[in-house]
Design a protein around this ligand. Structure first.
Ligand code: GLN
Length: 289
């Protein structure tokens, strides 16, 4: 009997899981399914019912290429080309930080401060993919917003995402630093997930993050707090009284960042945790004069 080179889906899955486990990837089963779905065009249930079917060559080739990339610890989100955040799909690649599920609580903290139907203006400092801004705009149809982004590459990705999500009519992307941005007075709420990792900790991050997220989106200076100091100082000088400032923070930065907000005379300071139980969002309100 002739031995055929054709594999069935089940074998491809099993082989893929083994290879990713060897590469040190924990969620190998989940990731292999996601890649095989993308390579084959099959849905989750479609893949389950096809498990004993033969895999067409072009599907096997596409899947093999994805697997090879993932074995070198390229992020799954870059390989798939997009990720889901707050129920929306965002294109992602090396131009900006990959949206993290933990950041969804930062969006929630902001949405709690934007009453439904209110025509507020939101600014997202260091917008990256545009995920925080887009999630807010998609959930508050009367809100308009600006994404401030110093990296031209990230700014181009933010524009692509806002356009794909049909939010371009209610948003702009300002290409420049938050210190160069001149419209602080217009914002009712400023949100930011700034770089907050201490410089010395970058080398110890997972390869997916260290080698594929832009370092400018991660590196928060010697103590990880440089961006917070800059933004809070600018907000103290230029933000409108009564406006909100909402930050994503690192798990151990609650005291430091709320302390900076207190020093700048912010009021109604609060903190919320992410789904993993880590402090993740901090907010404060500019004192009404
Ligand atoms: N949450 C990101 C991480 O730990 C860091 C993002 C940031 O510095 N803003 O990978």
């Amino acid at each position: 009997m002739e031995v055929s080179g054709v594999q069935i889906y089940q074998e491809l899955l099993r082989d893929g899981v083994n290879r990713l486990r060897e590469a040190g990837i924990d969620e190998a089963g989940h990731e292999v399914r996601r890649m095989l779905m993308a390579a084959s065009g099959l849905s989750r249930t479609g893949l389950i019912s096809a498990e004993t079917d033969a895999v067409p060559d072009e599907v096997a080739n596409r899947f093999g290429e994805m697997l090879r990339k993932r074995q070198t610890r390229q992020p799954l989100q870059h390989i798939l080309g997009s990720t889901e955040f707050y129920g929306l799909e965002f294109l992602c690649d090396g131009r900006a930080l990959i949206p993290r599920p933990d950041s969804e609580v930062v969006v929630e903290a902001a949405l709690r401060r934007i009453p439904e139907g209110e025509a507020m203006i939101v600014a997202d400092l260091g917008t990256g993919t545009g995920c925080l801004l887009a999630a807010i705009l998609a959930n508050r149809p009367r809100v308009r917003g600006v994404g401030v982004e110093a990296s031209p590459q990230a700014a181009s990705l933010a524009r692509e995402n806002l356009t794909r999500l049909k939010l371009q009519d209610r948003s702009t992307v300002f290409e420049g630093s938050w210190a160069d941005w001149r419209d602080w007075q217009t914002a009712d709420l400023v949100i930011s997930n700034p770089p907050y990792i201490a410089s010395s900790e970058i080398a110890g991050l997972a390869p997916e993050v260290r080698a594929h997220d832009p370092v400018s989106a991660l590196d928060g200076g010697e103590d990880g707090l440089f961006a917070y100091r800059e933004i809070i100082e600018l907000a103290r000088d230029y933000l409108k009284p009564g406006a909100w400032l909402v930050f994503e923070i690192g798990h151990d930065q609650k005291e430091a960042v709320s302390g900076l907000l207190e020093l700048a005379e912010f009021t109604e300071i609060g903190v919320s945790k992410d789904l993993g139980g880590n402090d993740r969002a901090v907010w404060g309100r500019k004192l009404e004069k």
